[in-house]
Design a protein around this ligand. Structure first.
Ligand code: FE2
Ligand code: FE2
Length: 185
């Protein structure tokens, strides 16, 4: 038991907070139009790129090794994450105010929420019991490094080194996030 307990969030609460932010952005995209929707969609993609990459590099590998049925659970989560990446790439090609965007986005929103709920129920809750607090704290710091390259609310139009990392199609955002996470932990 380390002194860290009680002074900082562990990886589970950190990722659950991000799930809440994802849900907020999903409803923002669904309930706005035009530039507002485009900004919310940009923020959503940036957050998902960082969040899913951190899970894939840090949390899923730990769950795969530590949980008795970890292999099957993580295969299911990775399949959902890949589906979401494909859907986001398709959405990027559409006119943001078209009915096609709206119906495709509604499906994505439903799937992403189901994915997050499955992670919390089958993966996070069990990791929280299974792993030592020190381990959960180390994992949080690794995951937080992804946040450090993508602050929560950059202005989409701002020309800065940080903003530039996340400009471009979703696949490129994921690549950059992965480089950032892998380079630092
Ligand atoms: Fe995920
Ligand atoms: Fe997640």
């Amino acid at each position: 038991m380390g002194t860290i307990i009680g002074t900082s969030q562990d990886v589970i609460s950190f990722l659950k907070e991000q799930h809440k932010e994802v849900k907020t952005l999903l409803s923002a995209v669904g309930s706005t139009k035009g530039e507002e929707r485009s900004n919310a969609f940009y923020e959503l993609r940036r957050l998902l790129a960082v969040h899913e990459t951190a899970e894939e590099e840090v949390v899923h590998p730990a769950a795969r090794r530590s949980l008795p049925d970890g292999e099957a659970i993580i295969e299911a989560r990775l399949a959902e994450e890949n589906e979401a990446k494909k859907a986001l790439a398709e959405l990027e090609e559409l006119d943001i105010d078209s009915t096609e965007f709206e119906s495709k986005f509604a499906t994505l929103a439903k799937d992403v929420i189901a994915h997050a709920d499955a992670e919390e129920r089958e993966e996070f809750a069990r990791l929280a019991i299974k792993l030592e607090p020190e381990r959960l704290d180390r994992m949080r710091r690794a995951v937080e490094l992804a946040e450090s390259v993508a602050p929560t609310r950059p202005h989409p139009g701002v020309e800065s080194q940080v903003a530039n990392i996340f400009v471009g199609p979703f696949a490129a955002m994921v690549d950059r996030a992965r480089d950032a996470v892998m380079g630092k932990h």
